[in-house]
Ligand binder design. Structure first.
Ligand code: NDP
Length: 272
């Protein structure tokens, strides 16, 4: 009998999580089945309950249900409680355990795969939505020199600043009032790339940057990454590595075993 897992979202058909977790299970000899569940926008809880009744052991949660998953959890890891967002659920008896692995996925991709230490770096995080919320604590725990959050709608960046200020040095700005600071690592956590758009950021911010990182994963460089390349950034990456690393951390949360991520990242990046 295979243990049942799935990714739940809307939309979800494009998700690479079933492929990634199936490879992880083969690598580690785990007897699991992993599929995708589309939930209606108003129907997250009933799809989760249905899944549990089928004997489901755990779910990855994607857009737009991370807040509902947080509210549904009966126990939370510290990083999920601080983020107020859950991307991984584990069902044990009557308990629903909630975790957020997005941030550690990003940090591992930058540090282990791309070889860039976050400590003492000046970081610019673009966007103040669900993805930003999940990565702020793990970034601050690496002790950057400064974390600046820039968002088109300033009050959302300010709300995140207030929420996370006990955990480290964090500043909120909007796109109309960019600081002159030099940044080392610039992370695009807006959804602009999903719409082939570019956030209204000044070109100069890339002139001293070591890394431009777009959380969206795509075969072709996004407009953000092309803009960064044209304006002097040294290195760039899309979100494929983050996707695989957050999946590996979810796999560990469920199965207590670490899969190998590098061959999966290489395979996804080489897919046409
Ligand atoms: P949300 O919808 O929660 O937030 C969207 C954010 O993008 C907001 O801050 C919004 O600003 C901003 N935004 C949208 N369009 C523009 C634009 N044209 N110019 C400037 N800012 C814009 O999305 P998520 O946070 O959930 O996702 C963001 C991205 O991260 C997506 O591309 C997603 O695919 C990716 N992601 C990747 C993961 C991975 O593993 N690689 C994991 C999670 C997310 P405003 O507040 O002003 O509306």
């Amino acid at each position: 009998m295979l243990d049942l897992y799935a990714v739940i979202g809307n939309p979800v058909a494009h998700s690479k999580s079933p492929l990634i977790h199936t490879i992880f299970a083969q690598q580690t000899n785990q007897s699991i089945q992993y599929d995708a569940r589309l939930a209606p926008l108003e129907g997250f809880i009933s799809v989760v309950e249905n899944f549990r009744q089928q004997g489901g052991k755990g779910l990855n949660v994607t857009v737009p249900f991370k807040l509902e998953a947080y509210q549904l959890s009966t126990h939370l890891t510290e990083r999920a409680r601080t983020a107020q967002a859950v991307n991984t659920l584990k069902f044990e008896n009557d308990e629903i355990l909630g975790d957020n692995t997005d941030g550690i996925g990003l940090v591992r991709d930058i540090e282990s795969n791309l070889g860039i230490a976050i400590a003492a770096k000046r970081i610019l995080l673009l966007g103040a939505g669900g993805a930003s919320r999940g990565v702020i604590l793990p970034l601050l725990q690496r002790q950057p020199a400064l974390l600046t959050i820039a968002n088109r709608t300033l009050h959302k960046a300010e709300a995140l600043q207030q929420q996370f200020i006990p955990h480290g040095d964090i500043v909120a700005v909007d796109f109309m009032d960019f600081p002159d600071d030099k940044f080392d690592i610039i992370i695009n956590a807006t959804s602009a790339s999903l719409h082939d758009a570019l956030p209204q950021i000044p070109a100069e911010i890339f002139s001293h940057a070591i890394l431009a990182y777009d959380m969206m994963y795509s075969q072709e460089p996004t407009r953000f990454l092309k803009f960064a390349q044209q304006n002097g950034v040294q290195q760039w990456a899309d979100g494929t590595g983050m996707l695989v690393e957050q999946a590996a951390e979810s796999f560990f949360f469920w199965r207590g075993i670490n899969p190998q991520t590098k061959p999966v990242i290489t395979m996804l990046k080489s897919q046409a």
